[in-house]
Design a protein around this ligand. Structure first.
Ligand code: HEM
Ligand code: HEM
Length: 155
């Protein structure tokens, strides 16, 4: 286990809190919640990779590497579904409020959704044409997107 599992645990608590404190709960919130769940599932890969790198026990490394391998076939489809689900959420939001740029929640959500699109694009690119640069872009875009998602939920 490492700090990233704790950070992801806090992210789950923030999401639950955000959803339970919504007034006028609607489909757009439920769809947004599904988006959070899909993203957090994929982002946990980072916690697993960090554990493999930092843990000294060979047994733990092997256990986590095996787990990571099992999840890999789902990773790409869960990530791609997250893009579809999140933009469905955005569509429902825009349908209700229009392009409400002055609202920080809308603006941050829009940036987060755009970064997610970048994460998925570089995910597919690195799958077929791997390179160090694409790996870093996939990872750093995902990290920025994760942080902005938390800001989006708190706002
Ligand atoms: C990774 C991307 C995103 C995730 C995971 C996400 C998730 C959520 C969730 C769970 C909520 C309900 C909880 C709350 O109000 O705090 C919410 C609300 C909201 N989201 Fe997003 N969202 C994302 C992207 C977007 C995008 C792209 C937009 C706009 C284009 C957007 C605009 C909004 C707005 C305006 C609300 C408030 C809706 C209301 O209270 O009626 N979000 N989002
Ligand atoms: C919610 C969206 C996504 C998130 C948060 C995410 C996050 C991550 C993270 C944190 C890693 C480990 C990074 C590393 O240290 O190399 C990773 C690896 C990877 N991701 Fe994604 N990803 C997402 C979507 C996708 C999509 C749509 C694809 C499409 C193919 C993809 C393909 C890959 C590949 C090929 C790897 C390397 C796997 C391995 O070597 O075991 N990702 N992703």
């Amino acid at each position: 286990m490492n700090r990233w599992f704790m950070i992801n645990g806090i992210a789950i608590l923030v999401s639950v809190w955000a959803l339970f404190t919504v007034n006028d709960l609607g489909l757009r919130h439920a769809v947004g919640g599904l988006g959070v769940a899909l993203i957090l599932f994929n982002w946990t890969r980072h916690a697993v990779f960090t554990t493999i790198r930092e843990n000294k026990s060979r047994e733990v490394k092997i256990r986590f590497a095996q787990l990571s391998k099992k999840v890999l076939p789902f990773h790409r489809w869960i990530g791609t579904s997250a893009v579809v689900v999140v933009w469905l959420h955005a569509w429902l939001v825009i349908d209700r409020y229009g392009f409400y740029w002055a609202h920080p929640k809308f603006l941050v959500g829009f940036i987060t959704g755009s970064l997610l699109l970048g994460v998925a694009t570089f995910g597919w690119l690195r799958l077929y044409w791997p390179s160090g640069k694409k790996r870093m872009l996939h990872l750093y875009l995902a990290m920025t997107m994760f942080c902005l998602m938390i800001v989006h939920l708190i706002l």
